[in-house]
Structures are given as structure tokens and as C-alpha cells.
Design a protein around this ligand. Structure first.
Ligand SMILES: Nc1nc2c(ncn2[C@@H]2O[C@H](COP(=O)(O)OP(=O)(O)O)[C@@H](O)[C@H]2O)c(=O)[nH]1
Ligand SMILES: [Mg+2]
Length: 215
């Protein structure tokens, strides 16, 4: 019987992730890994961000989904290069999937590679993809207790985007609670309040991202 230790798989993933990062760095590509629950608003956030950053950056996108190409079609409609990864059941992307998806990508033509991970607050936390920045998205409709219940993903992110703030009047989501839990889990990570639907808070997030890329 063959037993494969999860630790070994993670170690192998870390190695490939590092190779991805070296390749991104060599071509001046900045990698962003977007994580969050299914339906929290990741793709809508990307659409709003790209509209805001229009002309300032040359992005490309990798969409991670169990099946289908709905999200990739949405990005394609914006005229942005996009690759869809279908994980066929796997609950997260891993570094080797990113290596395969970026094989043949015109690195010279892009400066920002956004990876929308599979919607999941658990599995995505353990897998470095080679990104420079991890953004965790939490929507008002999910509830403010998710930071306490799924701490790892928040701990390992560089910023928290609380989205669907237009729904605050219809919800008991406590912004102060979520913000202070994030401060405890990831003291250096800023918290952005946005409504991708209304475009609110998007300029501040776009400016912060552009500044991070310059650093
Ligand atoms: N009210 C509201 N709905 C939103 C917002 N952002 C996304 N949605 C809706 O939430 C649903 C899921 O959004 P989507 O971007 O596909 O989520 P994803 O699965 O995380 O990529 C869609 O029906 C969106 O229209 C927002 O800021 N406010
Ligand atoms: Mg999506």
C-alpha cells in the first residue's frame, strides 16, 4: 500500500510555487490570488477593478472553477486574456495548475496576473500558487463570523475585501467585528469596504493594488 504524506505534497507544491514566482519576477509580472467563498463576489469585484484600472495596467486572468467557463467568459467579454482551469472536483488551485495555465502566456504583454481561486475558505488556504499578494473576499451576506470560523485563510491574506456593502441595511453584518478580527489575525492587512455592484470603494482598492505592484 502506498501512503503519501500531505506534508510532502505541500512541500512539492511550495517548490513549484517558488518556480512560478521566479518566472513572474523575471518578466515583471505581479501575481494576485483572489480567494473567498462561492458567490462572495470575486468575479464581479474583478470586473469592477479592471474597469477602474482600465489603461493603467495590462492584466491577464486565470479562472479556477470545478467546471464550466462562465467566469472566464465574463473576463473574455472585457477583452482581457484569460485561461480557465477546470479542477474537476478539486476544491482549490495548486501551483502546478498555475504553471500549466501560464505555459505559453505572453509575459511581456502583461504586468498583472490575477488568479481567481476556486470558491472555498478552507482548502485554498494551504496552497501557495506563486502569487505576490493574496486577497480574501468576504461578502456581507455570508456573515461576520467567518474570520473566527475559518482563521487560516484570513491569517494568510494580505488584505481583506468586504464586499456587497450595499446589502448592509438588510443584514446584521458587523463591520467593526470583522475588522477587529482581521486586525487580530493579520495585523498588517488593510480592510477595504466595497460594493462592486455600485462601484463604491473600488477606486481606493485599485490605487492600493497599483501602489503594491510598484513596491
Ligand atoms: N448586492 C450585491 N451583489 C453582488 C455584489 N458583487 C457581486 N454580487 C452578486 O453576487 C453573485 C455572485 O457574484 P460573483 O462575482 O459571480 O461571485 P464569485 O462566485 O465569488 O465569483 C452575483 O449574483 C453577483 O451579481 C455586490 O457588490 N453587491
Ligand atoms: Mg467567480
Amino acid at each position: 500500500m502506498k501512503i503519501v504524506a500531505a506534508k510532502k505534497i505541500l512541500k512539492a507544491n511550495d517548490q513549484i510555487a517558488e518556480e512560478n514566482r521566479v518566472r513572474f519576477n523575471a518578466s515583471g509580472v505581479y501575481g494576485v490570488n483572489i480567494v473567498g467563498s462561492p458567490g462572495c463576489g470575486k468575479t464581479t469585484l474583478l470586473e469592477a477593478l479592471f474597469a477602474q484600472l482600465n489603461g493603467r495596467l495590462a492584466p491577464a486572468v486565470i479562472e479556477g472553477d470545478i467546471a464550466g467557463s462562465i467566469d472566464a467568459d465574463r473576463i473574455d467579454a472585457l477583452g482581457i486574456p484569460v485561461v480557465q482551469i477546470n479542477t474537476e472536483g478539486a476544491c482549490h488551485l495548486d501551483a502546478s495548475m498555475i504553471a500549466a495555465a501560464t505555459d505559453g502566456l505572453d509575459y511581456q504583454a502583461i504586468d498583472l496576473l490575477v488568479i481567481e481561486n476556486v470558491g472555498n475558505l478552507v482548502c485554498t488556504a494551504g496552497f501557495d500558487l506563486g502569487e505576490h499578494l493574496r486577497l480574501v473576499v468576504l461578502s456581507v451576506s455570508e456573515g461576520d463570523d467567518k474570520l473566527v470560523k475559518y482563521p487560516a485563510i484570513f491569517q494568510r491574506s494580505h488584505a481583506l475585501v468586504i464586499t456587497k456593502t450595499d446589502l448592509l441595511p438588510h443584514s446584521n453584518f458587523n463591520i467593526e467585528r470583522a475588522t477587529s478580527d482581521m486586525k487580530r489575525l493579520a495585523p498588517d492587512a488593510p480592510v477595504f469596504l466595497v460594493s462592486a455592484l455600485k462601484g463604491e470603494g473600488i477606486p481606493a482598492l485599485a490605487d492600493w493594488l497599483a501602489a503594491r505592484m510598484k513596491r
